[in-house]
Design a protein around this ligand. Structure first.
Ligand SMILES: *Cc1c(COP(=O)(O)O)cnc(C)c1O
Length: 219
């Protein structure tokens, strides 16, 4: 099933869009099946899980960090991951820069946007994204490559469209500014139930779990 699911998604997204397989709580066997089916990027929310998976999968795929970032985990996150999609503060940027410098790496990141402006959610408010990017100018070991958004929790994915639209507009606006250490290239939005809408609204990274692996049975 996993193989068919992956192939179906690849058929439905544009060729230049990236599929990130969101693998939280999945078994190594399931993940390997997805990789065998052509998945090139794994998205992980948890460092501990990643450290378990990495020895079995390693660099045959790229690793995107899509979870919330705890300060004491930044060192390891920078070491393992190829992109961090969930950056939302100067402090985190500074921590990433310091750790990346330590190992001679330029760390690609996306700025997470709280497009629904929900108080308890992670991400910067849309109007603060530009400021955060400007504040990253001194951080030579960080490369900002775009934006990521989740959007609010809604019962109908169609209701996410305005938030995807807003994030795309912000993306285009920031892209036009040509900031020094930012090259706005990726717009990561859309999950299992919303990726088609996200693609229509301009996403070029989609993060998909359930539609590849089936419903999660861990919680
Ligand atoms: C789990 C997760 C996804 C995938 O969600 P599905 O609904 O299972 O496709 C995407 N992005 C993030 C940040 C996630 O935590």
């Amino acid at each position: 099933m996993i193989k068919e699911n992956v192939q179906k998604i690849f058929k439905e997204i544009p060729e230049d869009a990236l599929l990130v397989a969101a693998v939280k709580s999945r078994s190594i066997k399931e993940i390997k099946e997805a990789v065998d089916a052509g998945v090139k990027i794994i998205g992980e929310n948890y460092l501990q899980e990643t450290e378990k998976l990495f020895p079995y999968i390693g660099h045959i795929v790229k690793w995107h960090y899509i979870g919330s970032i705890q300060k004491n985990k930044i060192k390891k996150i920078v070491e393992i991951f190829d992109m961090i999609e969930t950056v939302d503060s100067v402090d985190v940027l500074r921590g990433i820069d310091r750790r990346a410098k330590g190992i001679g790496k330029i760390m690609p990141v996306l700025i997470e946007v709280n497009s629904g402006k929900e108080e308890q959610k992670s991400g910067v408010y849309p109007e603060q994204a530009g400021q955060l990017i400007d504040a990253a100018a001194p951080f030579k070991n960080v490369l900002i490559q775009g934006l990521m958004t989740m959007g609010p929790f809604v019962n109908d994915p169609e209701k996410l469209r305005p938030y995807f639209k807003l994030t795309k507009e912000l993306f285009d606006c920031l892209k036009a500014r040509e900031t020094k250490n930012a090259q706005m290239k990726y717009l990561s939005m859309g999950m299992s139930d919303s990726y088609k809408i996200a693609i229509q609204e301009g996403a070029n990274i989609v993060r998909i779990g359930t539609l590849i692996f089936g419903p999660r049975h861990d919680r």
